[in-house]
Ligand binder design. Structure first.
Ligand SMILES: Nc1nc2c(ncn2[C@@H]2O[C@H](COP(=O)(O)OP(=O)(O)OP(=O)(O)O)[C@@H](O)[C@H]2O)c(=O)[nH]1
Ligand SMILES: [Mg+2]
Ligand SMILES: [Zn+2]
Length: 306
């Protein structure tokens, strides 16, 4: 029996990095499933696994307990979950004001999910070289909102090497997963950090100003000693799964902070009189777009999937 870390997962075969650094192709035996929700990928990038060499191939026999993971609903209406990555030290959301436009609802759903699993999140606004004045003003507005909630933000451009210096520094001695919509520049940024990787990147579609889903499987890359980066396929939307409705507000730090002052202990912060959250939104202490995202999740997550 040997142990290793899954560095690539296609759903039918996997690449596992053994303790000696060697990478081997693996299959999976039977059905190893995550307890709780059904997942489209029971073994995900970042998983520590045991494997055996059996009739000329490696077979994964056990998944070690996960320290954390990032999970989303696999498609809008599905009850299945997709695990984006496991056992990470931090999650970097790559966002763009334009080309393509990342909706704040997308940002907030991502942040809520990583908050639920206690993973530190950083927002990276990429493509600043393409922004006009109003895009830049919008970016500053978002940076002010997210910084005040407690999420570090970086503005950068893959086209401007000096802007990448603070980004590089973020990655040292950590396992970092990059996520975001298709076309925001995740693979491009990784190529800038480690040009030898030569990851495939795809142009933005002229007609829709959206990405073309160039990266198809998540994969971990080494950035030298103790630093790993995970490139992931771009997402269209970020569906929440496995979080009970009454828990959603716990993972909006600024909502959670004021909710002690709500009149009713079981306040849902949607309509109740004496709601401290609604008051804070009216006073401008909580951003309207964040509150809007909260409401959209409360509406969607009427069911509890566990
Ligand atoms: N002008 C400009 N173009 C960028 C920047 N970053 C990435 N691009 C371009 O944006 C396009 C999409 O980049 P990718 O790296 O493929 O995007 P991705 O996020 O990996 O997309 P998926 O793999 O589909 O999820 C490519 O044409 C890149 O050259 C940037 O900072 N400035
Ligand atoms: Mg990519
Ligand atoms: Zn309330």
């Amino acid at each position: 029996m040997e142990t290793g870390v899954v560095t690539k997962s296609t759903g039918s075969w996997y690449i596992v990095r053994k303790e000696n650094g060697e990478q081997v192709e693996c299959r999976m035996r039977g059905k190893l499933r995550l307890k709780g929700s059904r997942t489209t990928n029971p073994v995900a990038v970042g998983d520590r696994v045991d494997m055996e060499y059996d009739r000329e191939e490696y077979v994964i026999t056990r998944i070690h307990e996960r320290r954390n993971y990032i999970i989303r609903r696999s498609t809008n209406l599905s009850k299945e979950a997709h695990i984006i990555a496991t056992n990470v030290d931090q999650a970097l959301l790559v966002a763009t004001i334009n080309h393509p436009q990342t909706p704040t609802v997308f940002i907030d759903r991502f942040l809520m999910t990583v908050e639920a699993y206690n993973i530190p999140a950083v927002i990276v606004f990429n493509k600043t070289d393409l922004y006009n004045e109003s895009d830049l003003a919008r970016m500053q507005e978002l940076i002010a909102i997210y910084t005040s909630v407690g999420y570090p933000c970086h503005a950068l451009s893959a086209e401007e090497p000096e802007s990448l210096v603070p980004f590089k520094a973020l990655l040292a001695n950590k396992t970092t997963v990059l996520s975001g919509m298709s076309g925001v520049g995740k693979s491009t940024l990784i190529n800038r950090i480690e040009p030898s990787l030569q990851l495939k990147v795809g142009a933005i579609s002229d007609s829709h100003d959206t990405g073309k889903h160039t990266t198809t499987f998540a994969e971990i890359f080494s950035l030298g000693e103790n630093s790993y980066i995970i490139d992931t396929p771009g997402l269209r939307s970020f569906g929440i799964i496995d979080i009970a409705k009454e828990e959603i507000s716990h993972f909006f730090p600024e909502l959670f902070n004021v909710s002690d002052n709500c009149r009713f202990y079981n306040c849902t912060h949607t309509h109740e009189p004496g709601c401290a959250v609604i008051e804070a939104v009216q006073k401008g202490d909580i951003s309207e777009s964040r509150y809007w995202s909260y409401l959209s999740m409360m509406e969607e997550n009427g069911e509890k999937y566990r």
